[in-house]
Every structure is written in structure tokens, then in C-alpha cells.
Design a protein around this ligand. Structure first.
Ligand code: IPM
Ligand code: MG
Length: 356
């Protein structure tokens, strides 16, 4: 089969980590007889520099013509002083919105080999962590009405959190569907003790939950969820969240599993099309030095094979190749234990490709 992939390498460590993922995909293609075809496009800070805007129409066109998008990371100090709408991060939001990718899947799995990197006490995480944040990605405060106004306390800025029933229903359906394939448990996160938007979120989710009697559902205020994530992360299977709560809790979940350098993500819409990217950012401090961990991006490529292309065996092969090289002691600096040899980005990519 022939699969078309748009590659947005982006800024900072983005180009280094995506090139390792492309390498691993090519190797997987050879092994399983698929033709993965890559088209490169600019977005983020590099697009501002080269094309004068963070998300050129040409990039969107390339994405729309592709079956999936592989994205590295965007942003960096060079562009930090630009006004909000011109910042590189705006490219990410634009891609998500334009491509209709409302469902963000962020699995946080603790790799056995990396249990030592987990900052929690061993007895808390014994048996491993395996949860998935299902984050709403094209609504809420990220896309709500915003503006400035004068107040008694001086000029003010505001961003509105708003959710419609339809937006909540579709992401809740994604979460419950996901739970059916996993541990059959959904924890819906909100702030329904304070916010009307959260009360609507909870009401709609309760309705969807009725359609999934096999799934155990509970509702948790976001402050409690943040606390439970470090108190007892094993209680979670699927966490259903709004855009902003999911942004925050997925970073927390990633640290609990050991390293943010390990976590992939998928952003999906109605069809099979999806955008796949590591949860980590552009890490400008280590960019271009062969220090970045490419595993999150490589695991994102595995998610692409699984969710967009339906290539289960191939996705499994990539995931087990990552486990294999971890077991063989391959560690980038972020996950190396004391006294362990540190591998570079390129070398890590090579080892994973060879292990396919
Ligand atoms: C993420 C990032 C983005 C977000 C930023 C870079 C816009 O933090 O994907 O989690 O807040 O969604
Ligand atoms: Mg984030």
C-alpha cells in the first residue's frame, strides 16, 4: 500500500526527532512491504522566517492532500516576543482547527525499563502506569472569544471558556470508545463546582456514559485530578478533559511516567486522517546537538500506523523495537540512569530502525 505523510519538522529539536521517525517508518515500510511517501512542509518559527507567516496556506494544502501528518515541534525564544496571533504556537492551533482534529489522544505509559525515572515512590507505581488522556482539542478557552477592556483595576484581557453540547458529546464518545478497547474506565475531569461550562460538560458526559454501560465512569474536579495523578496514578484508565485541563494534566502524566521525551500523541477528527506529534516541545536549549530523545516521535509514528493506516502489526513492531533498545540499555540523556552510557538522537534512531 501507498501512504502519503506530510512531515512538519518545525523548530528546535523538531527536525532531529522527525528525521529519526521517518527513518524508522521507511525501515518498517521495507520490512512489511508498504510505501510511505513523505512530503515536507513548513510551520512554526521556521515558516515565519522562510515564508513570513507561521502557517502558510501551502502547508495546509500539503496536509489536506496527505493521509496523515507527522509533526516535530514548534516555537523557540527567537519568536517569543511576537504578538499572540503571530507566534509559532499559533500554527499548531491553526492546524488542529483547520484539519478538524478535535480529539487528542495522549497515552502515558510507564516503560518497565524506565521505572527508575519515575519521581513517585515505587510502591505507588508498582505494576506500571497505563493511562490515556483524551483531550478536547479545538474548543474551549483556546478558541473562545477573547479581547481586552477597561476596568476599575486598569486594562484587562479575557479569554472565554465555552463548550457546546455537540463538542462535548463527540469527544466523550471518543473517550468511551477508547475505554472499551482499554480498561473500561473513564474519569471525566471538570470544575463543575464552579463553572457553568463544566456543568454542561458533566451533564452531556453523563448522557454519553449511559450508552456505555460496561464502562465505569467517575467525575473528578480538576484540582483533585491533578492531586490524584501523583497520589495514585494507577486508578486512571481514560481521562476525558477539556482543551486546557488536558494540556495541563497530560504534562503532569508524562512526568509521572518518567520522561516527557517518551510520550507520543495523536490528534484525530471524523475520518482516519490524523496528526501525530510528540507531547514534548521544541527544547531549544538542546536543539541541533544530537541530544534529543527521538522515542516520543517514533512512538507517534507507531500511533499513526495504528490509528490512521490500521497497520496494527507494524505499529506493534515499532513499539516493541523501542522496548527492545531500552532493554539493551540505549538511553538518551533525559532517561539515562546514573553511570549509564548516553546515546545520541541519531544513534538511537538507528538502533530502533535496526530492531524492527
Ligand atoms: C501542547 C502544547 C500546545 C498546547 C501549545 C504549544 C500551543 O502545550 O500541545 O500540549 O497548549 O496545546
Ligand atoms: Mg501542552
Amino acid at each position: 500500500m501507498n501512504y502519503r505523510i506530510a512531515v512538519i519538522a518545525g523548530d528546535g529539536i523538531g527536525p532531529e526527532v522527525t528525521s529519526q521517525a521517518v527513518k524508522v517508518m521507511k525501515r518498517t515500510g521495507e520490512k512489511f512491504g508498504h510505501d510511505f511517501e513523505f512530503t515536507y512542509a513548513y510551520a512554526g518559527g521556521c515558516a515565519i522566517d522562510k515564508k513570513g507567516e507561521c502557517l502558510p496556506e501551502e502547508t495546509l494544502e500539503i496536509c489536506r492532500r496527505s493521509d496523515a501528518v507527522l509533526l516535530g515541534a514548534v516555537g523557540g525564544p527567537k519568536w517569543d516576543d511576537l504578538p499572540g496571533p503571530k507566534r509559532p504556537e499559533k500554527a499548531l492551533l491553526g492546524l488542529r482547527k483547520d484539519l478538524g482534529l478535535y480529539a487528542n489522544l495522549r497515552p502515558a505509559v510507564m516503560f518497565e525499563e524506565l521505572a527508575g525515572d519515575c519521581p513517585l515512590k515505587p510502591e505507588i507505581v508498582k505494576g506500571g502506569i497505563d493511562l490515556m488522556v483524551v483531550r478536547e482539542l479545538t474548543g474551549g478557552i483556546y478558541f473562545g472569544e477573547r479581547g481586552t477592556k477597561e476596568t476599575e483595576m486598569g486594562p484587562a484581557a479575557y479569554d472565554v471558556e465555552q463548550y457546546s453540547e455537540g463538542e462535548v458529546r463527540r469527544i466523550a464518545e471518543t473517550a468511551f470508545g477508547m475505554a472499551m478497547k482499554r480498561g473500561k474506565k473513564v474519569t471525566s475531569v471538570d470544575k463543575a463546582n464552579v463553572l457553568d461550562s463544566s456543568r454542561l460538560w458533566r451533564r452531556v458526559t453523563e448522557g454519553v456514559a449511559k450508552e456505555y454501560p460496561e464502562v465505569e465512569t467517575n467525575y473528578m474536579y480538576v484540582d483533585n485530578a491533578a492531586m490524584q495523578m501523583v497520589r495514585d496514578p494507577k486508578q486512571f484508565d481514560v481521562l476525558l478533559t477539556s482543551n486546557m485541563f488536558g494540556d495541563i494534566l497530560s504534562d503532569e502524566a508524562s512526568q509521572v511516567t518518567g520522561s516527557i521525551g517518551m510520550l507520543p500523541s495523536a490528534s484525530l477528527g471524523e475520518g482516519s486522517f490524523g496528526m501525530y506529534e510528540p507531547v514534548h516541545g521544541s527544547a531549544p536549549d538542546i536543539a541541533g546537538r544530537d541530544l534529543a530523545n527521538p522515542m516520543a516521535t517514533i512512538l507517534s509514528a507507531a500511533m499513526m500506523m495504528r490509528y490512521t493506516f490500521g497497520l496494527k502489526e507494524e505499529a506493534d513492531a515499532v513499539e516493541s523495537a523501542v522496548e527492545k533498545v531500552l532493554a539493551a540499555g540505549c538511553r538518551t540523556a533525559d532517561i539515562a540512569g546514573e553511570g549509564m552510557k548516553i546515546y545520541g538522537t541519531e544513534e538511537t534512531g538507528n538502533m530502533i530502525a535496526e530492531a524492527i
